[in-house]
Design a protein around this ligand. Structure first.
Ligand code: NAP
Length: 299
């Protein structure tokens, strides 16, 4: 019987929910295996290489990768999947035909959860209105231009969205836009966001927070200024999931908008990694309930 030796590398990783999530589904799928933590300090390239050699030898079945190694690992890999290459970052590693492959499940994980979120909202409106509204415009605003913004951008442009990227360092937004030369992207400065946008913020059908603003312990902060005027048609997706209801999400809901945090993305990207390693489609309910008891400080 195969023993699935899985794990997460990054630094720090002690707070990660991934062991809880992955060990729960290994057990639920009746698979022998374990998911462990492999903390590797930011500059320790040798340990990273050694860890990947353990994948190459077959001792380790698969790895997740988090900050700060999502880009550092690339030089130790034999091949990248198309999403990992386009995004320029890897969060899932496995061995195929003696080659160590780097993949990225953040983008499809985000898109899968976004679609669930948008469908749920659409269904609940339909049941009230009993009529089909015209298809909403697919105009999205991404706040932030770091690692997760790359995955979100890849997911959105491949799903046909027009995207505006807003970052406090305009050169970072420009660099991100340059990585997607075939897509018409707008960039804007995050400071004085409302004044800098070409169209009003209420014209966006989706706003995605890909900054850490609002993350515990800074739970009183929101990436949108207090006086931002939003349209009821704008959906808010906050990648931050600790706390379970961020200020951005709470404020949006108080104004009657649909909003969600990134817990669903966390679950979906983990499920996709698990499927790559084991060939099994794990239960999202089991994944979710494995962390339901986790204290907020562990998130
Ligand atoms: P990152 O690579 O560090 O990028 C963060 C981005 O936010 C950068 O553009 C950064 O600009 C900007 N930023 C940071 N603080 C800011 C501030 N006070 N004002 C304006 N902009 C600010 O981080 P990441 O990997 O993209 O992750 C961002 C957040 O997403 C994380 O904190 C995490 O909570 C969440 N996340 C969730 C999931 C999930 O599965 N739900 C997955 C990944 C990430 P500078 O470069 O100028 O600092």
């Amino acid at each position: 019987m195969t023993f699935y030796r899985l794990g997460l590398t990054g630094f720090p990783v002690s707070h990660s929910l991934s062991p809880k999530i992955q060990n729960a589904v290994l057990k639920a799928c009746d698979l022998e295996g374990s998911y462990s933590l492999f903390p590797i300090a930011p500059d320790d390239r040798q340990s990273l290489k050694d860890l990947l050699d353990r994948v190459r030898s077959g001792e380790i079945t698969g790895l997740n990768v988090t900050i700060p190694h999502k880009q550092n690992v690339i030089k130790f890999l034999d091949e990248l999947t198309a999403p990992a290459k386009a995004i320029g970052a890897v969060n899932t590693i496995y061995l195929r035909h003696k080659k160590v492959i780097g993949d990225n499940t953040d983008a499809p994980g985000f898109l899968a959860d976004l679609k669930k979120f948008l469908t749920l909202e659409c269904d609940s409106k339909l049941s009230h209105m009993q009529e089909l509204a015209p298809a909403p415009q697919k105009n999205a605003l991404i706040l932030g231009a770091g690692g997760s913004a790359r995955a979100v951008l890849y997911a959105l442009v491949n799903d046909g969205w027009n995207v505006t990227i807003s970052a406090r360092r305009i050169e970072q937004a420009q660099q991100l836009a340059n990585s997607f030369p075939n897509d018409k992207l707008l960039i804007t400065n995050y400071e004085n966001l409302q004044d800098n946008l070409q169209s009003p913020i209420s014209s966006f059908s989706l706003i995605v927070n890909a900054t850490p603003i609002g993350l515990t312990p800074n739970t009183h902060q929101s990436p949108l200024p207090e006086n931002t005027s939003l349209s009821k048609h704008t959906k808010i997706y906050d990648l931050v999931y600790n706390p379970r209801e961020t200020k951005l999400v709470k404020d949006a809901r108080a104004k009657g908008l649909s909003a969600t945090t990134g817990l669903g993305m966390l679950i979906e990207q983990a499920a996709l990694s698990f499927e790559i390693w084991t060939g099994r489609d794990p239960s999202r309910e089991i994944m979710r309930s494995s962390i339901a008891q986790a204290s907020v400080s562990n998130l």
